[in-house]
Design a protein around this ligand. Sequence first.
Ligand code: C6P
Length: 419
Amino acid sequence: MHTPHFRPLDVERIRKDFPIFATTPPLAFLDNASSTQTPRPVVEAMDAYYNTYRSNIHRGIYRISEEATAQYERAREKVAQLVNAPRTRQIIFTRNTTESINLIAYSWGSTNIQEGDEIVLTVMEHHSNLVPWQLLAQRTGAVLRFIEITDEGLLDFTHFHDLLTEKTKLVAIGHVSNVLGTINPIQSVITAAHAVGAKVIVDAAQSVPHFQVDVQQLDCDFLAFSGHKMCGPTGIGVLYGKLELLEEMPPFLGGGSMIRSVERDVSSYAELPAKFEAGTPSIAEAIGLGHAVDYITQANLAALQVHEQELLKYAHNRLQEIEGITLYGPSSPHQKAGVISFNMEGIHPHDVAGILDTHSIAIRAGHHCAQPLMKRLDVIATARASFYLYNTIEDVDRLYEGLCRTQDLMTRSQRRRVG
Ligand code: C6P
């Protein structure tokens, strides 16, 4: 087997770039699927914009505005390189994954979806890749169909091919589940969808930050992700689309920057990507995202993936030692990204997260914006730990010890109540 050559992550050095870990005891931050921390170079790049060349872009005929425009467009180039987009103008800056998916649902959906058309999703979708399609279906009379999952949290392909017919116009699928960590075999889903003439949008919110995603290799039609889950700032997201699709699509939001010329009653629109970037965009945030891309690629995405796999395998083994714990998702860490959802018998996940917080361990508890999946798992909520490049084996040990203490504490207080 060919093994890629890379330096392993220097986690100790990486952690020094994140001032938030300089506390005692250090924060065990295990809520990275929600939002990651920000390294110094990203904050410094945004500071430099605000302190030395702050101005609007694409309109100023003066030096600092030209500098801001150049930095904003440089960020677009870096993002295009990251996902191997054929052309930079196929990268649209949005606020986040949610906005990217809504853009497609409104713009592409308004001209391509009609009554009776079918949109295929999975039951493990985040609400951001479900509600926009429900709204589109309500507007047009289209029908939503769902790929089910197995008890192990893998996509159930038994009925998948029956779902795909000439009525299928779109498949909207998450690359990695934010709850189960399942890495979906989207390559085969895309090939099968294209065989019936359907387009595919990939929700890559939980994949692009963690491993190499190549839009040309996947041949996906659209791909969406968020800057804040990959060491970047909040308020900046990305939509990639195939050129011919983006060019045919009508604008999503109207206003400044997205026009070529405006008459009283009618306007013509700017070329890509400006057509989809109405108004003053998130300039500092786009620049910050560009530096976040530099940061994770310099750390090396392949090494990052190996590091997360090690943490995941270790966490799987350690957490399974705890009596009464249920882990959700694939039992083999190889089919998973660095996300581990669990429940402890008789203890609400909110109590688990609350008690861990008193030990400076941050995890998420709740439905994780995936209520249909919670229903399928027959739970109201789960606790969830998720990893990134700065997490360590010690973080996992602290999680394990924190969970043991939580169990002790809750068992004692339940006994007191009964007694
Ligand atoms: N999941 C989580 O804790 P936004 O909020 O637009 O940046 O990302 C939305 C989103 C879309 N798809 C997937 C697979 C996601 O995981 C998320 C965000 C966070 O799991 C917040 S709910």
